[in-house]
Write a protein that binds this ligand. Sequence first.
Ligand SMILES: Cc1cc2nc3c(=O)[nH]c(=O)nc-3n(C[C@H](O)[C@H](O)[C@H](O)COP(=O)(O)OP(=O)(O)OC[C@H]3O[C@@H](n4cnc5c(N)ncnc54)[C@H](O)[C@@H]3O)c2cc1C
Length: 344
Amino acid sequence: MGIAGLVFSKTLRDKGKSFVVIDNPKQGATKVSGGVLNPTVLKRFTPAWNTVEFVLKAAPFYESLARDIGQQVLSGVAIHRILASVEEQNNWMVACDKEILSRFLSPEILKNKNTAINASFGLGAVTQAQIMRPYALLKTYQDFLENQDLYIKDQFDYQGLIVSKSFVQYKDVKATRIVFAEGSGVVHNPYFTLDVSPKGKKVFVGNKGEYIIIKAPGLQSQTILKGPVMVIPLGDDLYKVGASYGRDDYSTNTTLVACEEISAKLSKMISCDFSVVDQVTGIRPTVKDRKPLVGCLQNSKSVSFLNGLGTRGLTMAPGLAGHLYDYLENDVQIPEPIDIQRFA
Ligand SMILES: Cc1cc2nc3c(=O)[nH]c(=O)nc-3n(C[C@H](O)[C@H](O)[C@H](O)COP(=O)(O)OP(=O)(O)OC[C@H]3O[C@@H](n4cnc5c(N)ncnc54)[C@H](O)[C@@H]3O)c2cc1C
């Protein structure tokens, strides 16, 4: 299960609907993701798409999830963008004056006091960013569902699914509907009839991301550092650094190329020694127009999709799940930019 499956099943639970999650927990982007809920695009100093709506929905949703599972889900975190030149300092100040961004960016340019960080033009601070530990969260939530007999550990076999207008059946599970929230695994789903990369019109594009985990006792940073790569503190002098972008790549092995590329970018950001202790990889479920894929491809609501969460799935998932639920249960139209029908 990834974040899409988690949030949709919680949405059903909150509405008093019965459900069961069928999942092969070995794969997935969510598990390896940085876990950062960042309302801005720090490469270009712009707000993320629809950021205010998604942030407003995500915060109370994850607080409610924390109450369900009895464990904190989100923590506030500072993100410091390394400003690389006077021009970037100016761009930062211009961005801070924009209406949406003024909520999320601090207008004061911070002086860098950490000698292990190369930031002679200072740092721009993002406010209202949050972080979660996705791997631990998914494990806890899986246990939570398992204790209520709501979780089946299984590689879903599409051939075993029976779909009719009024019900779906998979093995001995009979239900009104099935929602596929399978991330990049959707490329194996015969009910998903859109073009997937690298063939055809490439509506759905797998984008491989790799992180390296480094040990850097000299860095002593508690904030997330954003430069050519993102450096996320994990505690015990460990940091998650990355991520790489590999368009049309569905392979799940870690690569030396990504390790070297990330290490080279990191070396420009910090001056202390570091050693690479681990490397992880996942496939981002991205879409040609960079918007999610929500809803049904056929006329019936028996089979639907919650996918295309892209590079910012953790922030968007609660809002998207709400749209899908409202459509399936209350016939509320899915907003056009995220409706999977735009490609059908
Ligand atoms: C390296 C990297 C870093 C990222 N960092 C961030 C970040 O900091 N912040 C952020 O918001 N987003 C980040 N993202 C993006 C984010 O991880 C994704 O948008 C999100 O996790 C997608 O969630 P999902 O549930 O759609 O897919 P997934 O997390 O991939 O989950 C799909 C699940 O479906 C299961 N599945 C698929 N097919 C089957 C089948 N046939 N049978 C059984 N189970 C199946 C898989 O095993 C998996 O558990 C990052 C992504 C990567 C790769």
